[in-house]
Design a protein around this ligand. Structure first.
Ligand code: ATP
Length: 428
């Protein structure tokens, strides 16, 4: 009786080991459900017959191991089926990791062998790193493990907002629509979306995060055995490569998965050849990974910040709060943009200490900035402290010395020390 809706309803039959790749339209939602058989979205099984509603622009694949029929309601930017996927090789990696988790669980909890796999996923931009991380986490959570997801990608991370590195235990297969729940992640604020702004600070924060997790694992044999999956940035040249090696080393990764680049694989294998306990594995990139240009990435960052305050489907109501200048103390770390060491003449030292705290005078330059609220009680704890959350500056009244900001909730901030970087946002 409602022709336009009926016309948009479509069924797609998927053969075994094939996938339906979908890009949701830029301005409408898409509904999709599993009619027959079984299927999963990036490692998370679909419940039969339940409609899932995907927000505009989302890109995903519905994969089936044994065959399925999918029903779609609505138009898409593109959708097509593919029977060539690297999924078998991915699930084989999962099987090996499972074996290691079981062995870790069976060992006495104080020995080194009680440490489960520490997997780090590396590769160029748009090689499917986040997606592979997600699948490995969801498959393992499905089997009852609580692996820790570490996201070192300050550009397109999936745990917190851009400019952060973060970690969170994954207790359930990741929801295909909602993604990682933003509940209580461990977040460190770097404040920029490219590591070159202050690569040394990035390293310091990676170390802090690793150190904190190490402490948590020491007291928790369950999460120790489940191990970690670490997602990294797609920047693999120069300083980016150096930062990858630094992350592998700092987290004591024992499995390095290299996606879609022979050169990077051979470079890393060479560097690690004296470490027999680290496996370097080359994996094929999926043909379904969608490339994103700089503009699309910038937009994705902006949506991510919006999602922090307003929720994925406008289901959160952030509060506009007013504070006196004297209530808040704003710091910048490293005193502004700084050349990476590699860009300086040999032997020269960068002028500024990368972790120097520089007090920032509150003025209209802070307008539209996204600041992190530190858990630090004293300024000298700011670098080593994780952050509670973020605020967005919407007005600065110089005359009355009042600052208006958006926060996820009303009431006093969990700390008075704020960190500013180069992260900004224009509310749309
Ligand atoms: P970055 O360069 O930001 O680090 P990445 O290597 O982590 O990117 P992903 O984020 O995993 O790449 O993938 C890029 C995009 O492609 C994402 O939107 C993801 O949902 C989509 N994608 C990945 N695999 C598939 C697939 N098989 N079918 C359809 N879309 C896919």
């Amino acid at each position: 009786a409602v022709p336009s809706v009926a016309a948009a309803l479509r069924q797609v039959k998927l053969d075994k080991e094939s996938e339906l790749r979908v890009e949701v339209s830029p301005d409408t939602h898409l509904r999709l459900r599993l009619l027959t058989g079984s299927a999963e979205i990036f490692g998370t099984e679909m419940a039969p017959e339940i409609w899932l509603t995907f927000p505009p622009r989302l890109k995903f694949a519905v994969f089936t191991w044994y065959g399925a029929t999918i029903e779609m309601d609505g138009s898409t930017e593109t959708d097509y089926t593919a029977d060539e996927t690297p999924m078998i090789s991915y699930v084989n990696v999962h099987a090996v990791l499972e074996g290691r988790r079981n062995r870790a669980k069976a060992s006495s909890s104080d020995s080194d062998s009680s440490q489960g796999p520490r997997v780090i996923v590396v590769g160029p931009t748009d090689s499917g790193k986040s997606t592979l991380s997600r699948m490995l986490l969801s498959w393992s959570a499905k089997q009852g493990w609580k692996p820790t997801f570490v996201d070192l990608d300050i550009g397109q991370g999936s745990i917190s907002i851009p400019g952060c590195i973060a970690a969170t235990p994954v207790e359930m297969p990741i929801d295909p629509v909602e993604g990682i729940p933003l509940e209580m992640p461990l977040v460190y604020f770097y404040g920029h979306t490219t590591p070159s702004v202050n690569a040394d600070l990035y390293k310091v924060l990676v170390k802090e995060l690793a150190h904190t997790l190490e402490g948590q694992f020491a007291g928790n044999s369950e999460s120790r055995a489940a191990g970690m999956v670490i997602n990294t940035m797609g920047w693999i040249e120069g300083v980016g490569y150096e930062l990858l090696l630094h992350a592998i080393d700092t987290f004591n990764a024992n499995v390095v998965l290299v996606l879609g680049q022979e050169k990077l694989y051979s470079m890393i294998r060479n560097v690690l050849k004296n470490k027999p306990n680290v496996d370097v594995v080359k994996l094929q990139k999926s043909g379904g990974v969608v490339s994103r240009n700089a503009k699309v990435r910038q937009k994705a960052r902006s949506y991510r910040i919006r999602e922090y305050f307003y929720g994925l489907s406008n289901d959160l109501s952030p509060h506009s709060n007013i504070a006196n200048f004297s209530d808040l103390v704003v710091y910048r770390v490293g005193g502004g943009p700084q050349a990476p060491r590699s860009a300086l003449p040999i032997g020269a030292e960068p002028a500024a200490d990368p972790t120097r705290l520089v007090p920032v005078t509150i003025n209209r330059d802070l307008l539209h900035s996204v600041l992190a609220v530190s858990f630090a009680k004293e300024p000298d704890q700011i670098i080593s402290c994780n952050v509670a959350g973020f605020i967005y500056i919407t007005d600065i009244d110089i005359q009355r010395k009042k600052i208006t900001y958006l926060a996820p909730s009303a009431g006093e901030l969990p700390g008075k020390f704020l960190i500013v970087g180069t992260l900004s946002w224009i509310e749309t």
